[in-house]
Design a protein around this ligand. Sequence first.
Ligand SMILES: [Zn+2]
Length: 87
Amino acid sequence: MVLIGLMMRQVLSHPNCPECGGDRIRPVDMRTATLVVDGEKVPAAWMYRQCQGCQARLKWDIGQDKWVELEPGEWEEVIRNAEEIPS
Ligand SMILES: [Zn+2]
């Protein structure tokens, strides 16, 4: 429940674009995973966002509370999966 509260807070907050400082950032998708750190399972979640100003592709690590680097090809995979969600 702590994680869900944390996630809601982050989803509702609007960090500015790290590239151009703009605040028009569109949420694209959200992912969760369970990482194993030092033998312990740690829940992790990321928000994928795109800046409407400079078109930067952004990944927000909800647990670390900061922007993180995208893996090569990761954005394309997120977009592909996001489009499968019926609107
Ligand atoms: Zn930007």
